[in-house]
Ligand binder design. Sequence first.
Ligand code: KG4
Ligand code: ZN
Length: 402
Amino acid sequence: MSQIATRILGIESSCDETAAAVVENGERILSSVVASQFDIHRKYGGVVPELASREHLRQIVPVVREALEQAHIAYQDVAAIAVTQGPGLVGSLLVGLTYGKSLAWALGKPLIAVHHLEGHVHAVVLEEKQKHPGAMIAFPAMTLVVSGGHTVLYFVEREPPAGHEDAAYFSYQKIAQTQDDAAGEAYDKVAKILALGYPGGPVIDRLSEFGDPNKVAFTRAVIKRAAPPDGSGRSQYDFSFSGIKTAVLRYVRTHGLEAEAEERRRMSAGKPAQNSLEITGKESLAGKPDVERLRALSSQHTLDLVASFQKCVVDDLVMRTLDAAEQYDTRTVLVSGGVAANRLLRASFEQECRIRGLRVYFPSRHLSTDNAAMIAAAAYPKFLAGTFADIELNADASLPLG
Ligand code: KG4
Ligand code: ZN
């Protein structure tokens, strides 16, 4: 008996990307549209919440329409509408959530609430299903979600109920989180200190190629290790990235790199926009930093600093995740979220997992950063289970998971 196609419309607006996607049976992306707001926030070096919600309001209707058009389906053809409920910026979340609720009500379709980080976990599984249809990653998995807003480790188990043995039902146990800044936030703040533009991750990723990662002696000690469990609620695997950001700032001041940063800032002011609508399968300009120009404006000293910062952060993410994987006896490691697009992070995870005999999986770049395909995919098992939200659903900026 052939399976009836269940097409879920996913909507994501938790931070600075307005995204909509249609995913069939939780495993086939029919469309995925992302409108980024980099240009709007670039001059502030970070997301400005009020501007983000205003831009979501402008983008939400055309982005959803575009997702349906690309999927070649009409509004009535969707089986359900999935929205990100949280965590995130409340004003941003409310735009996608309210629009999704209205659409579900007007169309008479079920509404499904999705946790943003659950979406990032499903991005890895979805990627694997795109590449190897029918294959299923072996669980349990130690899962690192590392982005601009989050750095969290989850122990993820697959627990499909009877009758749905193949479906991606997961349970989540939080193992560790950041005590202060998220790793992506550290990338963005270091890029702001050095006037390398926003978001900082993609540009630091590319510029690091030209620097010596061992030149500036940031040891992992700059990233404080939390004390072992002592009743304070901290985990020995917790992360901390505010120390390294401060160490970079201090280094810039004590080594006379401020004037050079100021010059880059001056030269970048008024630079034309580079983004912004990203569509699956097409190269986007978003996240493609002006590397050659920035490289020409950077001394070798700055390039070495950037590469050393990146190596320190990447080593810490990899080692802490893999130590936790061994401690919890998981043979599988999943890495997701915007920072998972980082090339050194991927190479380091791959190399270290090979040595330790673990399997590691990442989403493609499009599925690593915020998108709505991951929200629609995460909603599919909830659809099968009949876990629907009602019209009272509200956004929750600090929604817990596990
Ligand atoms: O998942 P995401 O799109 O949004 C959040 O939920 O935060 O992640 C965005 C974050 C930003 O901090 C950005 O600088 C970082 O991901 N990022 C990267 C790379 N691409 C994006 N960080 C390091 N290397 C990259 N290639
Ligand atoms: Zn995210």
